[in-house]
Design a protein around this ligand. Structure first.
Ligand SMILES: [Zn+2]
Length: 100
């Protein structure tokens, strides 16, 4: 019973693509490539919190996640697994606030 609950919680929490499969960034020699495409390879990843909100890059980076600014996928910072996907329509305002 307890295990079942945990499982449901996890499957809701972790992002799945249209085929209902978990997604990962392609990581090669510390270069990340997002599932949204090779065009986003350069400068598209930013440190964020568990919900994909940009965080101060000079602050503590202990458990940060990684956001792709183009598609809004939020990645685990070491495994590259996609945890969730957020709306990035207003991402420029967030950049102004955090990096401006
Ligand atoms: Zn992306």
């Amino acid at each position: 019973m307890k295990n079942k609950k945990t499982k449901e919680k996890q499957s809701k929490y972790l992002y799945r693509n249209a085929d209902d499969k978990p997604e990962f960034a392609k990581i090669e020699e510390e270069e990340w490539e997002c599932p949204c495409g090779p065009d986003a390879m350069r400068d598209s990843f930013w440190p964020c919190d568990n919900y994909g909100n940009l965080i101060d890059p000079n602050g503590p980076m202990k458990k940060h996640k990684i956001l792709c600014q183009y598609c809004g996928r939020v990645f685990h910072s070491t495994t590259g697994q996609v945890i969730l996907r957020r709306n990035v329509e207003d991402i420029d305002k967030e950049f102004d606030r955090v990096y401006g």
